[in-house]
Design a protein. Structure first.
Length: 461
């Protein structure tokens, strides 16, 4: 028989207090069955939940304030919220941003307001995947957080700086949960194998140490993934003559199948990984560049997006220190466009290694930036008359082209003309480095500048 709903609030768990709340079904996934029930059972988050830490004290004293729990999948966000549920005397509501609409949120908030007014009881509201709430849904929470009707626990895998309203964020404490270390995941897996009640202990599984280490390493700190794969590996293993289910390394690899790399093409991890690629190549680290390239391509990133970023790198970070970099970047882009993946990955890999090995210069990037700044922020002076075209009689009569010196007619291929507007005469934007081809370019540009100065001086003398 199901629980009756609270007549005032509509909650399925009207009097949920310490040590109460729904227990996972016996047929629930292993990750749900072995979910920690106490703070001491939570592994891997000692920086925020260790003895004496402020967050732990607030939970233990039932004085929790609004939180945004930010961390990758399987780091324990929902687990921590449910531990709070078991320890608090406050009413606890759990919602999913995927399944709940504005109406659902308003009903929970209305009940929370009534509960505080009539009973003096706080309400803790867990919103899983809060980053999926739109602005209207998040705004609906704000007034109730401010008034104290609710204590919000928002769980998100996305950077809350981008996904949570600034006003709501300023009224909450952001708690960063980290992926579990390999050793911590091993403990989680070993405990699940040994537990006969909630775990897999009753199956008497014999899982090889190398298989467990592989799973702990390959799960990227995600306890849920590791436990789900472990359950598949054990439950699909055929019992031997001694009734034990044996799982070796190869069986674990097959259970794991193809790893879904931590990479969200529309989220923060997308920008983190492309940043890592860019900065590795800039630091001339070809091996790191290849790794981050593989992380992106194997996770399903659009190869043409990567190619575009590498074309930009060729101009921004290599520039004229190696003019061939841009040529090869465009060739790689064409190769990817022409043959696609997986073959096109090698063209990008070749480009990554070339760019990593190339001499680096951002002089061109800085030069254009300064020229653009001056173009936008200084007076838009007229083009000097001597470098204007004069296709009509009127323009010639107005002096267009008067004094123009054709550089090819000059003995040294350079005239003494000023080609900048008068207000910017003598301005230098491009300051070449001494790296790669740019040193030769620097010599040639300096030689031309000296010729212009000498000829200008001669004409004025």
């Amino acid at each position: 028989m199901g629980r009756a709903r609270d007549r005032d609030t509509g909650s399925l768990f009207p009097e949920a207090g310490p040590e109460e709340g729904p227990e996972p079904r016996p047929d629930a996934p292993l990750a749900d069955r072995v979910r920690p029930r106490t703070l001491d059972e939570i592994l891997g988050q000692d920086e925020v939940l260790g003895p004496g830490r402020p967050l732990r004290r607030a939970i233990e004293q039932d004085q929790l304030r609004s939180l945004i729990l930010w961390g990758p999948p399987g780091s324990g966000k929902t687990t921590l919220a449910h531990v709070v549920r078991r320890m608090t005397k406050a009413h606890f509501e759990a919602m999913s941003a995927v399944l709940s609409g504005v109406k659902d949120v308003r009903e929970v908030l209305r009940a929370a307001e009534a509960r505080r007014r009539h009973r003096g009881q706080r309400t803790i509201v867990l919103i899983d995947e809060i980053h999926r709430f739109n602005k209207a849904q998040q705004d609906a929470l704000l007034a109730h957080v401010e008034s104290g009707d609710i204590v919000l626990i928002g769980a998100t895998t996305e950077n809350p700086s981008f996904e949570v309203n600034a006003a709501l964020l300023s009224r909450s404490r952001v708690v960063v949960l980290k992926p579990l270390a390999e050793a911590e995941l091993l403990r989680v897996l070993e405990q699940a194998l040994a537990d006969p009640d909630r775990g897999l202990g009753a199956l008497e599984a014999d899982v090889g140490d190398d298989a467990l280490r592989f799973l702990a390493r390959a799960s990227d700190g995600d306890a849920r993934t590791a436990l789900n794969v472990l359950e598949i590996a054990v439950t699909t293993a055929s019992p031997g003559e001694d009734e034990r289910r044996r799982v070796d390394l190869e069986a674990m690899r097959q259970a794991f199948a193809r790893k879904a790399l931590l990479y969200d093409r529309a989220g923060e991890e997308h920008f983190n990984v492309i940043s890592a690629l860019h900065k590795s190549i800039r630091n001339s680290d070809a091996d790191a560049g290849l790794y981050w390239l593989a992380r992106m391509l194997e996770a399903g990133e659009d190869p043409l997006y990567v190619a575009r970023r590498l074309v930009r790198f060729a101009s921004e970070d290599v520039g004229l220190a190696d003019p061939q970099a841009l040529v090869l970047a465009m060739a790689a882009q064409q190769a990817v466009h022409f043959i696609g993946l997986p073959e096109g990955a090698l063209a990008l890999a070749e480009l990554v290694v070339y760019l990593a090995a190339a001499p680096k210069s951002n002089a061109l990037y800085l030069a254009y930036g300064q020229a653009a700044k001056d173009a936008l922020e200084t007076r838009a002076e007229p083009v000097p008359l001597w470098i204007r075209n004069a296709p009509t009689r009127l323009m010639k009569d107005l002096g267009y082209g008067d004094g123009y010196r054709y550089a090819h007619d000059e003995a040294e291929g350079v005239s003494g003309m000023d080609c900048l507007p008068e207000g910017l005469a003598g301005r230098r934007f491009y300051h070449p480095t001494e790296r790669g081809d740019e040193s030769g370019i620097a010599d040639r540009l300096e030689a031309a500048r000296l010729v212009r100065e000498r000829k200008k001086s001669d004409s004025q003398g």
